[in-house]
Structures are given as C-alpha cells and as structure tokens.
Write a protein that binds this ligand. Structure first.
Ligand code: FAD
Length: 300
C-alpha cells in the first residue's frame, strides 16, 4: 500500500511534509489549472472529484496573471478542493506587474475563502515590463508569510531561463527559503539525474525545506518543443528515441509519455525524494497512471 500522508484539510503543506519526514513517507500531490470557458467551475469540480479519489496530499491550482486565463478562479477552485473534496489546496499567486494593493486584495480574498497554502511566484514578465512593487518572488514571500499563509516557492533543477548560472540559481532559491518559503516545488524535468545533482547543490547551499519534484508527461511532439523552449528542460536520449519512433503515431507517443513519466516518478521515489508533484494538465488519466505506478513500485 502507498503510505498515506493526507491529514485534515486544515493541515498546511509544511505540516504535511513535517509528518512525512517523521514517517519517511513521500507525499504525492497534483497540479491543475483553472479550466477556461463558461463551464470552468463545473469542469474544475469534475476534475477535482476524480483527483480526490486518488487521495493526494494536496492539489495546487495555477494562477494566470495574463489575459489567457482566469486569475479569479484560482482561489475559488482551491477553496472548492478543500471544502467540497476534503483535500488541502495550494493557491498559486504571481506578483510580476502586481501592485501592493492588488496583492492585499488577493490575500483578503484567499483568507475569506479559508486558503492556508500559497505558492508565491514572480510569474513570467509581461512584454516591455520594467518594474513593479515586487521584483522577485522573494519579495512576495514575506508578505504572504506575515499574512499567516504557509508559503511555497518554485525551484528550477536545470536553472531558470533568466539566470545563466546554476550557482546563482541555487543562491536565489536559498533567498526564497530565507524569506519564509517552507516548501519548494520544482519545474518539470525529464532527466532525473539533473534533479539529483540539483538536490545535492541545494543541500550544500543550506536549503533544508522539503523539495517536491514536479513531473509532467509529454503528450505530443509540439508540447515537448514548447517545454524545451519555455522551461529549458533538457531532453535525454530515450525521449529523443521515442519521438523518432512514434513520429507518425501520436496515440503511441502519448502513451509512451505517460509511461516515461511513471518511470521517472518511481525512480525518484526509490531515490528518496521528499515529495512527488504531478502536473496533471487537468487530465485525471495522468494522475491515475502516476498513482498506480507509485503504488505498484512500493509493494514490489
Ligand atoms: P523568481 O524566484 O523571482 O526568479 C525569477 C528570476 O529572477 C530567476 O531567473 C531567478 O534566478 C532570478 N532572481 C531571483 N532572485 C534574484 C536576485 N536576488 N537577484 C537577481 N536575480 C534573481 N507562472 C504563472 O504565471 N502562474 C503559475 O501558477 C505558475 N506556477 C508555477 C509553478 C511552479 C512549480 C514553477 C516551477 C513555475 C510556475 N510558474 C507559474 C512559472 C514562473 O512564474 C516562472 O518560471 C517565472 O519566470 C519565475 O517565477 P519565480 O517565482 O521562480 O521567480
């Protein structure tokens, strides 16, 4: 049986990881994004219902500061996950281009809805952006921590696209911990060795808060290209071979992507990662496959 981590919905993510450290368990969590369109709350509810059946330690909900998403929906969906499905939720919040007032309003809204956990992010910089009230995520973190939230932050095993140096990448992460982040969620990666090297460097730099590894299965060639372009994720040779093998067979490539992600997750589990965070892309099939692979690996 997969070790059970879930506590009461009043648990903060910090507490969930503290309990896990005591028992040696590895919390499994999911990420979703606010669905678009008229039925967005209804579809979010259906997705959350399917994910809740898998009993994740928590579900995080992304925040879209740009025009394409519905930023108001993040807190609403996070509250629905807690209230209707009994799963702790993490609301993402970005600060690039935000004013002190807009962040105060977001804090008041999240408080009113009973949200306890927030992932503090800078967000991608809007075109032509010069400066705002918050320069980096580390400037948002203490504001959220002072407001009483359990605050998490983003980590980049292969570095961040705006920062050339892996040493500075870890130094900036350390600043987020110093500012009050009590857990870290990584950017997706396809090569676990990158994560293991990063984890070693983070430990050496004095990062002591739990780091949960973010894994996203590739579902198509176009999606992989986007991820490589946007996140700078490196492609190990097994993926390049899969891309060549299934070039004309998108269904098999999709299946191979899910299987590859499951192998990554079980390898991370075996290497004692503190937590596993699955980017579900709002697809419960991905979450089911990941949960199933992790359970099978634990009993075998
Ligand atoms: P920061 O930590 O502020 O870092 C931004 C850049 O500044 C980095 O290159 C960093 O190295 C550099 N930096 C940091 N501190 C300093 C310093 N003191 N001096 C000089 N340089 C510094 N985006 C969304 O819009 N919505 C989401 O919901 C969302 N969720 C995410 C979840 C996860 C787990 C991850 C990994 C990313 C997510 N993102 C999301 C993307 C994220 O917003 C972008 O990667 C963004 O470009 C950086 O955000 P950050 O919080 O890591 O920024």
């Amino acid at each position: 049986m997969m070790e059970k981590i879930k506590g009461s919905i009043m648990d903060t993510v910090e507490n969930i990881f503290a309990q896990a450290r005591q028992t040696g368990a590895q919390p499994v969590s999911f990420e979703i994004f606010p669905p678009k369109g008229e039925l967005s709350m209804e579809s979010a509810h259906t997705i959350a219902q399917e994910l809740a059946k898998l009993d994740p330690a928590f579900i995080s909900v992304t925040y879209s500061a740009g025009g394409s998403g519905n930023k108001q929906a993040t807190a609403e969906i996070a509250a629905m996950i807690q209230d209707d499905h009994g799963i702790p939720a993490v609301a993402h919040l970005t600060c690039a281009g935000a004013s002190q007032q807009s962040i105060s309003a977001a804090i008041a809204d999240m408080r009113d809805r009973g949200i306890r956990n927030v992932l503090a992010l800078r967000g991608d910089l809007p075109e032509g952006y010069e400066s705002g009230d918050f320069r980096y995520a580390k400037d948002l973190i203490p504001v959220l921590a002072d407001a009483g939230f359990c605050v998490g932050a983003a980590a980049y095993p292969e570095g961040h696209i705006d920062c050339d140096s892996l040493r500075l990448n870890v130094e900036h992460l350390r600043q987020k911990q110093d500012a009050g982040a009590s857990f870290l969620v990584t950017q997706l990666f396809f090569d676990n060795d990158c994560f293991y090297r990063f984890r070693e460097g983070a430990e050496a730099a004095g990062i002591t808060v739990p780091i949960t590894a973010g894994i996203m299965p590739f579902m198509s060639k176009a999606q992989i290209q986007r991820m490589v372009f946007m996140c700078g994720a490196s492609l190990p040779s097994p993926i390049i071979k899969l891309l060549a093998r299934y070039e004309d067979d998108p269904a098999s490539l999709r299946q191979a992507g899910i299987e590859y992600a499951c192998r990554q997750l079980t390898d991370l589990q075996a290497h004692g990662v503190e937590g596993l965070h699955v980017y579900t892309m709002n697809n419960p099939e991905i979450a089911r496959a990941a949960s199933c692979a992790l359970k099978v690996a634990l009993v075998s």
